[in-house]
Ligand binder design. Structure first.
Ligand code: 8ID
Length: 414
C-alpha cells in the first residue's frame, strides 16, 4: 500500500477487517500512539508515524480454548484435549495469522513424528498435522505487506515459515532455511481447530477446490509434484512408484500421468492395485507377492527398466532394489523418509550412471502449481473423511499399511 508523500489524511481500509482503525494522521515527528497497538510507517520525508490496525475477521469470536490432538512426548499416547488454549489476536506477532482449520490430511510423517522415528527430534508437547485448510480469522498487528487477508481460505504446509532472505530461500530451497519452522514438528500443526501460521507462507486455495479435497495437495501433492519435477524425465518416459497406493503415491501416479509419463506402480494388496489402476497406472507390481521384483519391473518397462523411480514408501525396502531395476542413466528420487540405509551400491550406481536425488516437499511456488493442476481437474485426492477424534485409529491403520490413498479429518464445520 503506498503512502501519501505529503502531510495529510490516510484512510486505511482493508477488506474483511472488523476493527480497522481508520485514522487521520498528520505526518509530524511528534505524533505518537500507544506502542502495543500501533504500526510504524516510514515516509519519504523520513518521518515515522503510526496507525493502529486491529485485525480480526468481522463478526468472528475467537474462543479462548479449542479441541486439539496433543502428544505430550515422543512415543506417548495421543490425547484429544478440549481445553487447549487458543492464541488470541492481540498476542499474534507481526507476520503471524490465526487460521481456523476445517480439514487436515494425515501424513505418514505425522506418524514418524509421533513415534520419534527421525534423528531430528520434534517439539514436546506436539500437535502434529501439516496438510491443513482453513480460514484466516486474525492477522498479527504490525504485519507488513501481507499477501493474504482476513477471510481468505488458505492452506498450511509442512514448511510453515522461512526467512525468505537467506541464500537457501533466495535459491528456491526455502525448506532448508536455517530459520525454517515446520508445521506439526517445530511449531504446532493442523490437528487443532486453530493454528498460528505465517502470512508469507500460507497458500491461497483455488475457489474450485473444496477444502477436504485440497488439504492433501498441501503436502502429499506438492511433494510428489516436486519430486517428479526433479526426476529428469520427459513425456513418454517410464517412472516407477514404490509406495504408489499410499497418500503420496496415489497422487504421484496422477501427477506423473498428467506429465505424460508411463507409470509402473509398486505396492501391495488388491485395494491399492485397484486404486492405482483406476488412476491410470500402466503396470502394477505387488512387492509382497512378486518373486523377482527387479525382473517384474524391468519386464513392465520395455525390458530396460524405468527412467526414474520416485520412492514414497515409508520403509527402506522401497529403496533397496531401485538401483538394480533403474534404466542406465536413470534417476532415483528419494521422498519416503525411513531413517535407514537405502542400500545404494556404489559400483552399480556408477556403472549404470545413476543419479540419486533427495526431494524435500516444495516451495511456495510448487504448492501453487500443484494446487492449480488439481484445480484443473487433472489430479484428485482420493480420501476417506474422518474426524479429529479418530486420529488414534488412523495412526494404527497407517502403521499397518491399511490405508489406500489418504485419510482427511474434518476438524471443524465451516
Ligand atoms: O518431503 C518429503 N520428502 C516428504 C513429504 C511428505 C512425506 C516425505 N514424506 C514421507 C513420509 O514421511 C513417509 O516416510 O513419505 C513417506 C510416505 O508417506 P505417506 O504417503 O503419507 O505414507 P503411506 O500413506 O503410509 O504410504 C506408504 C506406502 O508405501 C508402501 C505402503 O504399502 C504404503 O502404501 N510400501 C512400503 I511401507 N514398503 C514398500 C515397498 N517395499 C511399499 N511400497 C512398495 N515397496
Amino acid at each position: 500500500m503506498s503512502l501519501p508523500r505529503s502531510t495529510g489524511s490516510i484512510i486505511r481500509s482493508l477488506p474483511n477487517q472488523s476493527s480497522i482503525y481508520t485514522s487521520s494522521i498528520r505526518l509530524l515527528p511528534s505524533i505518537s500512539f500507544p506502542s502495543s497497538i500501533t504500526k510504524s510507517i516510514s515516509t519519504s520525508r523520513s518521518f515515522t508515524t503510526s496507525i493502529k490496525i486491529m485485525s480480526t475477521l468481522q463478526g468472528f469470536q475467537i474462543p479462548k480454548t479449542q479441541t486439539a490432538a496433543v502428544i505430550q512426548s515422543v512415543g506417548a499416547d495421543l490425547e484429544i484435549r478440549s481445553e487447549h488454549p487458543v492464541k488470541q489476536a492481540k498476542d499474534l506477532q507481526p507476520g503471524e495469522c490465526l487460521v481456523h482449520i476445517s480439514h487436515t490430511g494425515v501424513c505418514h510423517t505425522d506418524l514418524h513424528a509421533k513415534s520419534g522415528d527421525w534423528p531430528v527430534p520434534p517439539m514436546n508437547p506436539l500437535i502434529g498435522g501439516h496438510e491443513g485448510v482453513g480460514t484466516i480469522v486474525a492477522i498479527g498487528e504490525n504485519t507488513q505487506k501481507s499477501p493474504v487477508k482476513l477471510g481468505d481460505r488458505v492452506g498450511i504446509k509442512w514448511m510453515a515459515d522461512s526467512c525468505l532472505n537467506c541464500e537457501f530461500c533466495r535459491r528456491g530451497f526455502e525448506m532448508n532455511c536455517p530459520q525454517v519452522k515446520l508445521s506439526g514438528y517445530t511449531v504446532d500443526g493442523t490437528f487443532s481447530e486453530y493454528v498460528v501460521s505465517y502470512t508469507n507462507h500460507v497458500t491461497p486455495i483455488p475457489e474450485v477446490l473444496d477444502s477436504a479435497g485440497a488439504a492433501s495437495i498441501l503436502c502429499a501433492g506438492v511433494t510428489t509434484y516436486k519430486g517428479l519435477k526433479v526426476s529428469n524425465t520427459k513425456v513418454g518416459d517410464w517412472v516407477a512408484l514404490p509406495g504408489a497406493g499410499g497418500g503420496l503415491g496415489h497422487l504421484a501416479v496422477q501427477y506423473a500421468k498428467a506429465a505424460g509419463l508411463k507409470v509402473v506402480a509398486i505396492d501391495t494388496g488388491a485395494q491399492k492395485e485397484k486404486l492405482v489402476k483406476s488412476l491410470g497406472a500402466d503396470a502394477w507390481v505387488d512387492f509382497k507377492t512378486s518373486k523377482d521384483l527387479v525382473a517384474d519391473v524391468k519386464k513392465a518397462t520395455d525390458g530396460l527398466g524405468p527412467h526414474a523411480s520416485l520412492v514414497t514408501a515409508s520403509h527402506k525396502s522401497g529403496y533397496t532394489q531401485a538401483i538394480s531395476y533403474l534404466r542406465e542413466g536413470g534417476t532415483l528420487v528419494c521422498v519416503g523418509m525411513p531413517d535407514a540405509e537405502m542400500g545404494a551400491n556404489p559400483f552399480w550406481t556408477v556403472f549404470k550412471s545413476i543419479r540419486i536425488q533427495g526431494s524435500y516437499v516444495g516451495t511456495r511456488q510448487d504448492a501453487i502449481e500443484a494446487l492449480d493442476i488439481a484445480a484443473a481437474g487433472k489430479v484428485k485426492v482420493i480420501f476417506e473423511q474422518k474426524e479429529l477424534k479418530d486420529l488414534k485409529d488412523v495412526y494404527e491403520d497407517l502403521e499397518a499399511g491399511k490405508i489406500a490413498g489418504r485419510i482427511v479429518l474434518e476438524v471443524s464445520k465451516q
